[in-house]
Design a protein around this ligand. Structure first.
Ligand code: DX5
Ligand code: ZN
Length: 224
């Protein structure tokens, strides 16, 4: 069966002065998810948007909101994002005192739970929790900014995670975030990813439909 691929535009690269319109436009252009980057100027050196902004965009679209928390500590903000309409909440193990507890908290709030791996974060963090996860997010840049270059070492890590997912027999999404564009999306899919975050490569173009369409055309060439 062909792999179901999902494209998740990161609204970090959207025009924040017209955020609602940007969300609607990118969904109309074919986005499967809206990727919502939350940065706290503590865990990462940048500051973005919180639950109020998530709540404001929630009524504008039916597609799932994929919240990527780059905040430390994590737990106290989780219920706020769940109430704000997040569907998926992902966090970094370095930012949580008790990873298993944070996963349980996210699920108790009715959201899907994801664990995020920075380029230098070992996959051993999966050892005791992979069976509880709905999503694994591999960072292909160091988190904090849009528009960075894809780190090629991520490809091997993606393949290793795909193997670990297969071994569980569960449908865990494998998402990749950072420097994803038309030129490299097929290679990333071949490595084993199924969900692609892309910010600057979509929002820097004037035609979101063409950008997402070009990514889908590349994905259609990938044999699974
Ligand atoms: C980086 C963020 C990414 C980022 C992706 O810390 O998590 O979601 O916005 O942007 P591009 O696609 O421009 O690398
Ligand atoms: Zn992100």
């Amino acid at each position: 069966m062909a792999m179901a691929y999902r494209i998740a535009p990161s609204i970090l690269s959207a025009n924040f002065a017209r955020l609602g319109e940007e969300v609607q436009n990118v969904v109309a252009a074919g986005a499967d998810l809206v990727h919502f980057d939350v940065m706290d100027n503590h865990y990462v050196p940048n500051l973005t948007a919180g639950p109020l902004v998530c709540e404001a965009i929630r009524p504008l679209t039916k597609v799932p909101i994929d919240v990527h928390l780059m905040v430390k500590p994590v737990d106290r903000i989780v219920p706020d994002f769940a109430k704000a309409g997040a569907n998926i909440i992902s966090f970094h193990p370095e930012a949580s005192e008790h990873v298993d507890r944070t996963i349980a908290l996210i699920k108790d709030q009715g959201c899907k739970a994801g664990l995020v791996f920075n380029p230098a974060t070992p996959l051993s963090h999966l050892d005791h929790v992979i069976d509880k996860l709905d999503l694994i997010l591999i960072m292909s840049v160091n988190p904090g900014f849009g528009g960075q270059k894809f780190i090629p070492q991520a490809l091997k890590k993606i393949t290793a995670v795909r193997e670990r997912i297969k071994a569980t027999g569960r449908d865990i999404w494998l998402e990749v975030d950072g420097g994803v564009k038309v030129d490299n999306i097929a290679e990333i899919a071949r490595a084993g990813a199924d969900t692609f975050v892309s910010g600057s490569a979509i929002f820097s173009t004037g035609d979101y439909k063409a950008a997402i369409g070009a990514m889908r055309a590349e994905l259609a060439k990938v044999k699974t």
